[in-house]
Design a protein. Sequence first.
Length: 454
Amino acid sequence: MSQTDLIEVRPTLSESLRDIVETHRVDAALDWLGDRAPHVIADQLARMDAVSAGVAFRLLPKDKALAVFEELEPIDQQQILEGLRDQTFRDLVEGMAPDDRARMLHEAPAKVAKKVLAGLSPRERRMTAALLGYPEGSVGLYMTPEVVALPRNLTVADALLTVRAKGGNAETVYTLPVVDAGRRLIGVVELRELVLSTPETGVSELVVTAPAFARATDSAERAARLMRETNDLNLPVVDSEDRLVGLLTIDDAVEVIEAADSEDVAKQAGSAPWAGHYMAAGVFQLARYRALWLLLLLLAATLTVSVTDFFQGTLEQAAHLALFIPLLIGAGGNAGAQAATACVRAVAVGEVRGSDLFRVIWRECRVGLVLGAMLASAGVLIGALFVGPRIAVVVGITLVLICGWAATIGGTMPLLAKKFRIDPAVVSAPMVTTLVDATGLIIYFTTAKIVLGI
């Protein structure tokens, strides 16, 4: 499809960009693109196939194209770049912020990365290459190296002159790091303080010493969550010798947290995380990401079959016990999944640490027992109506024990995973549910043998 294939028909309010491009309407596409903000256009491009997205992107004016491009995820950026001519390609990546460019190249094939680096100006190439040297997932890959740093001995008047002289090349000037002669971080000063202070005031009088900061090799997620805790718009990033190397800005921090949360949600749901827009992912692509986990959970579920087979004799003597198996393992699995989800979230945001393990065990055990007691009151009534009081008592006792056990397991496993350097989200709700199903049946049949004397 080429731009000249599009015909002229005005877009309707409800039409998507994909619908317009696929029906070959150039004026309608130009109207649609002209009226929308960059983040809205980026969302539409991410939903489209490579050919249609490339056609739409080439209709954008140069300045807006760059703004839209920086709103895209790295995998979508690579898709757009593959369809661009060399000069347009070079202009686009040259205008990107160095941190955005480094993240894209970090995930791009080696051939694409080499082509991009070769086409950059020397200054942009040096900054990008420096960022690419940091480990995957580190804050060094997300920070901007284009920072206006102020020497501590400046006056406010001189500091503002420095901001005006260098601020055009910086991604942000709202937070201004203050450094010594060796570029070691001393503190930060906000642009607001400079603007509101008298010209002869010294920067040293306004600087906030001992600010929150991160090292370039630290986890980007940890640095982003630190910004949320401190309410900072920008976080200074230093090297191993405390020299300033960049700033983590609030927009990049939000992207880091969003990506981390998306990955955790996928893992908690028993799926591998994927890159790119959900609506652009193919059926087989999504199935591939989910298949491995489902296979592992299927194999783990054989424990439930083995437990049922082991207690076959108990079931033969009290066949009515089988009626309540779905109810009990469902309640236990749900209680465990709730506890696991809450604990994974608490670990992710730093509310719970490894040292809290025994406190979490005691807390979740009590929560589970309370929940079990609440459910048992309904379970006993249901059991009495269907099969009589003796089995109803078994169901009630089992609900209390299963919920207490399930909540304890669900709350404990993420912390144990963290202790052994495993992503707590990997200990997903489906995995906890599968484990609780098997152990819950053991609790159920053992309780039945004791109460019923069989």
